[in-house]
Each structure stands twice: as structure tokens, then as C-alpha cells.
Ligand binder design. Structure first.
Ligand code: PLP
Length: 351
């Protein structure tokens, strides 16, 4: 066998489906196109496309540092935050070490765990579909090297609060790295849900992971970043695939950061729609948990998740089923959401 035998069982990452002409509510994107200034900046950057980009991503790291109030040496960038999550496994784990996370959560975690040759320790979510932090703390062993706390959690939309997270972090040994994966931070409206960087960023074993893909509208250009201690950030920068943030991606991210006001305006539209969609769906399916992200989670057991996703697809709307567990529906434009709600109404009213 030419490749590692243990990778034969590796599940493939399943991206949200795309079908020409269909409404895409399957990948947690924001539906309003690139932010103002992004297309122009990328077009300009094309003139240098025959050159390698700035490998140290200096301008973007400086802009992020200014915005976040940290020094640039605490920042590492990557080809999407998912790549950084992978790099964090690389820099913490050797064969047989453990990576701990809630389940169900972001589907990349088990894949990157296996890729690193580490062992996944999955702690089931609470009946309310949120992280069970006390159980996660109890699951830490001397092999635990890395912990993901996905806040808000993909795909359930639930979020952990400041006090419970502080208590959890206090319980984690100082030589175990905790990643606060905040891909959906910009959509959080509950004040009790902490900004991981502001609340816990000064702890040396905490890493805050963020992305330009969601609220900032750059999913197609692949830029993520992390804020960590200078030592951890420097180690991650060493293992990042060289030039993995392209010149176009850097130009786009810098331009997007300049359009923060418009980003906030769009996020407000998404939040208003999220509340409307969540309450409409909850009237059909009362178990739908409160969401702090740009998607809603419909817990559906047995074959109901795939059946509902198929019904949505037949009606021209793509959602993200997790077989046996539920369906995640991203928030789109009001018209797109209406199309989804009409299908949901028919499906759930029929029992
Ligand atoms: C929780 C979470 N983290 C990280 C990512 C990765 O996003 P990206 O690689 O586009 O930055 C996603 C994307 O779906 C996510 O849901």
C-alpha cells in the first residue's frame, strides 16, 4: 500500500451542494456578493499574478492586528481557517495523541484529527444541542493535546456563555491548546456569548480562530486567521504551506476589512432573517435550538434528515443534511428564505 493504511477509513469532507439554478443554503455563506471594493482590489492584484505573493502576508496581518488590538506576531493566516485548524493539529499532535471536541460539530475536526494520526475524542452535545463543557473537561486525559470549542457551533448554531467557558478553560491543563473556533463570531447577538479574543485571548494556551469566509463574504478566496501567543503563532506560520494565501486573497481580505461598516449592515440583515426563519421553523419543529450563527439547525432523526433535504432539493433549495442527526439551513436573502420556509411548511405539516 502506497498510502497510510489508517487513512482508508477517512471520511471525505462533504461540501454543501451546488446545483445550477437552485437556491444554495448549504454552505453558510452570506448571500450578498463580495463587499464593496473587493472586486476592484482583486482585479488590480491580478496585474502581479505572475509573481509569488507576499509570503509573510504582512499587510493583512498588520490590518488584522490593528483591528483586533494585538501585535502582528500573534497572527497567522492560512488558506481558510480550516487549513489553520489542520496546522494546529500538526503543531500539537504526534501519533496517538488525542484531539477533543464536541459532537456534532464542524465536520472537518474528525478528518484533520485522523490526518494528523491523532485520536478523536468526541463528547456528545447536550440534549439542547450545545457543547457539554463539564463532560469535555472530564474527557481530558494525559494524551489530550488539542481541544476545539466551536462557538457558535456548526451545525447546531448553539453557543457557550462566558462563565461556563471560563470555568472550562480553568479546568484545562496549561499544556493543552484550546482552539476557540469563532468562524461565526460576527453573527453573535447574545452578550453573554464571549468574544474569545477579548475574554480569553491573554491565556497562552488559547487560540482564537476566525475566517474571512462567512460575514466578510470571501469564502471563494480562502483566507482564515488565528490569534495566539507569539510562540504558538510563530510555530503555525512555520508549518503553513508556503504562499497558501494568494496575492488575490490578500488583496481581497484587506479591501473587505475596509468595508467593515457594510459588512455589519449585511450581518444585521442576516440576523433579522435568522430570527424570522428560526421562529417560523420552530413553529413547525419545536426542538429547533436558538442560533447565534447564520444558519438554523433542524434536529431530525432516522431517515428524516435526508428525506427533508431531498424535499428541499426537489423544491429547488439546497440545504445540508447530516444523516440521522438533522439538517442545517443557511440564512439567505428574504426571498430565498421564503422559498425554504414554504417547503418546510409543506413537509412538516404533512407529518
Ligand atoms: C466552525 C467552522 N470553522 C471553520 C470553518 C472553515 O472556514 P474557512 O476554511 O472557509 O475559513 C468553517 C466553515 O464552514 C466552520 O463552520
Amino acid at each position: 500500500m502506497l498510502t497510510r493504511a489508517d487513512l482508508a477509513a477517512l471520511p471525505e469532507y462533504v461540501p454543501g451542494r451546488t446545483l445550477p439554478g437552485a437556491i444554495k443554503l448549504s454552505s453558510n455563506e452570506v448571500p450578498y456578493g463580495p463587499l464593496p471594493g473587493v472586486v476592484e482590489s482583486v482585479t488590480q492584484a491580478m496585474a502581479s499574478a505572475h509573481r509569488y505573493p507576499d509570503m509573510a502576508v504582512v499587510t493583512l496581518r498588520e490590518r488584522l492586528a490593528q483591528r483586533l488590538g494585538v501585535s502582528p506576531d500573534r497572527i497567522a493566516t492560512g488558506c481558510g481557517s480550516v487549513a489553520l485548524a489542520e496546522h494546529l493539529a500538526t503543531v500539537t499532535c504526534r501519533d496517538g495523541d488525542e484531539i477533543l471536541f464536541a459532537w456534532r460539530s464542524f465536520e472537518a475536526y474528525p478528518i484533520l484529527t485522523a490526518t494528523a494520526g491523532a485520536v478523536a475524542v468526541r463528547v456528545p452535545n447536550t440534549p439542547a444541542h450545545g457543547h457539554d463543557l463539564p463532560a469535555m473537561a472530564a474527557a481530558i486525559t494525559e494524551r489530550t493535546r488539542l481541544i476545539f470549542v466551536c462557538n457558535p457551533n456548526n451545525p447546531t448554531g448553539t453557543a457557550v456563555r462566558r462563565d461556563e467557558l471560563a470555568k472550562f478553560l480553568d479546568a484545562v491543563p496549561s499544556d493543552v491548546l484550546v482552539v476557540l473556533d469563532e468562524a461565526y463570531r460576527e453573527f453573535v447577538t447574545d452578550d453573554a456569548v464571549p468574544d474569545g479574543l477579548a475574554a480569553f485571548g491573554d491565556r497562552p494556551n488559547v487560540v482564537v480562530l476566525r475566517t474571512m469566509s462567512k460575514a466578510w463574504g470571501l469564502a471563494g478566496l480562502r483566507v482564515g486567521y488565528l490569534v495566539a501567543s507569539p510562540e504558538v503563532a510563530a510555530t503555525v506560520r512555520k508549518v503553513v504551506t508556503p504562499f497558501s494565501v494568494s496575492g488575490l486573497a490578500q488583496a481581497a481580505a484587506v479591501a473587505a476589512l475596509e468595508a467593515e461598516e457594510e459588512m455589519r449592515r449585511r450581518v444585521q440583515l442576516v440576523i433579522a432573517e435568522r430570527e424570522r426563519v428560526a421562529s417560523a421553523v420552530r413553529s413547525l419543529l419545536p426542538e429547533v435550538p436558538p442560533t447565534q450563527a447564520n444558519f438554523v439547525w433542524l434536529p431530525l432523526s432516522g431517515d428524516r434528515a435526508t428525506a427533508f433535504a431531498a424535499a428541499c432539493e426537489a423544491g429547488g433549495v439546497l440545504v445540508r443534511p447530516f444523516a440521522g442527526d438533522g439538517v442545517r439551513v443557511s440564512i439567505g436573502t428574504p426571498e430565498e428564505n421564503d422559498a425554504f420556509l414554504a417547503i418546510a411548511h409543506t413537509f412538516f405539516s404533512a407529518g
